[in-house]
Design a protein around this ligand. Structure first.
Ligand code: NDP
Ligand code: MG
Length: 389
């Protein structure tokens, strides 16, 4: 039996992971399941899967979790320290599906135990790419991509020599507003930004898809994961979300990965890797689809992409700052305190403030400095929002 843990088990990726585990319960021994506010879901799954421990990120939810687990034999724990502790428990395969930079520390801890880390949490690589890769290497742990684009690139690279790669093309649906005129975007509401045309995902990544901040994070994730240079990475708008990404080689050949827009493709690939196993996903019928379309992104429409390109060139702690400022700007948008287009303005102003504060972006990329830069970037994003109000 494989020992597995799922961080962010109550979320969209977590639930899709559990769906796959549920189909072969005798193959897995569940060590830890973690969640946040959704105690009922966490306790229900922990009971059914007979997990060793269930952890909520919030200390004030411990009593509720204990009550929901009473008599089950599943241990209850709460808080940041408990999340990290759960990641030290020996597991063969760990799903990293917490949303946001909160996923970084449990992921690092799992790598230190030598686990295979299936990485849905792209923020881990955006915030601390070099640190994460170095930790994996030092502890002989493996990172597998779960983001659909990165899983697609990873699969297109099987058996290929990385030196022969000319370019990596990550596709983007364009999100909820792809057909909106630019002048209407300033007034886009949280409800409008929270519905995705093709993918069923958590609210934060759905809004990030509408603003292209998700694709911006994925550009940085691509650079970190595959060691590609920024000018090798392209973004291509592909409204149907059937081609999940492409790799171009030096002989001009391009390998595309296709599939229905269902995250169980990428989760299942990471779960069964290096094998392929049958997955309960819809089979593609290209004749029925008839045609697929592609267009170049307009970077005026999507300032997040331009900012991500600056971050890739800048390096240092700029990825940490970019992500943290974006997370705070998104909190403020969801709280209806800033407008849709103001999110990118806030992130840009925080990056500029760091750039002009001597040495802040060039501090060593270690966990303490990452956490400090993350904290300061959130504070400065709040200040930038107040200045706008
Ligand atoms: P969801 O919002 O659906 O789920 C997030 C999970 O993290 C939930 O279990 C939530 O708990 C938990 N959580 C929230 N805040 C915290 C915190 N501060 N500390 C610890 N746990 C917390 O997100 P998704 O599943 O959509 O996304 C998860 C990650 O995967 C993100 O990094 C996203 O970018 C990435 N991803 C997602 C895709 C998708 O299809 N959904 C596709 C590709 C990547 P609770 O709900 O109980 O409060
Ligand atoms: Mg993606």
């Amino acid at each position: 039996m494989r020992k597995i843990s799922i961080f962010g088990a109550t979320g969209s990726i977590g639930q899709n992971t559990i769906d796959l585990i549920d189909r072969q319960p005798s193959a897995y021994n569940v060590v830890a399941l973690t969640g946040g506010a959704n105690i009922e879901k966490l306790a229900k799954d922990a009971r059914r899967l007979n997990a060793d421990v269930a952890v909520t990120a919030y200390e004030d939810k411990l009593e509720d979790l204990r009550a929901a687990l009473s008599g089950s034999g599943v241990e209850a724990a709460a808080g940041q320290a408990a999340l990290t502790e759960a990641a030290t428990r020996s597991a063969d395969w760990v799903m990293s599906a917490i949303v946001g930079a909160a996923g970084l520390q449990p992921g690092l801890e799992a790598l230190k135990q030598g686990a295979t880390l299936a990485l849905a949490n792209k923020e881990t690589l955006v915030c601390a790419g070099a640190l994460v890769l170095e930790t994996a290497k030092r502890h002989n742990a493996r990172l597998l991509p779960v983001d659909s684009e990165h899983s697609a690139v990873f699969q297109a690279l099987v058996g290929e020599d990385i030196e022969t790669v000319e370019r990596i093309i990550i596709t983007a649906s364009g999100g909820a507003f792809r057909d909106w005129p630019l002048r209407d975007l300033a007034n886009a509401t949280v409800e409008q930004a929270s519905s995705h045309p093709n993918w069923d995902m958590g609210q934060r990544i759905t809004i990030d898809s509408a603003s292209m901040f998700n694709k911006a994070l994925e550009l940085i994730e691509t650079k970190e994961f595959f060691g590609a240079s920024p000018d090798q990475i392209e973004v291509l708008i592909h409204p149907e979300s059937i081609v999940h990404s492409l790799v171009g080689f030096k002989d001009g050949a391009v390998m595309a990965h296709m599939g229905a827009p269902d995250m169980r493709h990428a989760i299942g690939y990471a779960l069964h890797w290096p094998e392929r196993q049958e997955l309960p996903v819809e089979r593609l019928n290209l004749a029925k689809l008839g045609q697929l379309s592609f267009q170049e992104p307009d970077e005026d429409r999507y300032p997040a992409l331009r900012l991500a390109r600056n971050v890739m060139e800048r390096g240092g702690l700029s990825g940490t700052v970019f992500n943290a400022a974006k997370e705070r700007a998104l909190d403020l948008f969801i709280a209806r305190q800033v407008g849709f287009l103001e999110m990118a303005e806030i992130v840009e102003s925080v990056l500029n403030r760091f750039e002009t504060s001597n040495g802040l972006l060039d501090a060593e990329l270690n966990l303490d400095n990452v956490l400090q830069a993350d904290h300061l970037a959130r504070k400065w994003a709040s200040e930038a929002a107040i200045q706008k109000a």
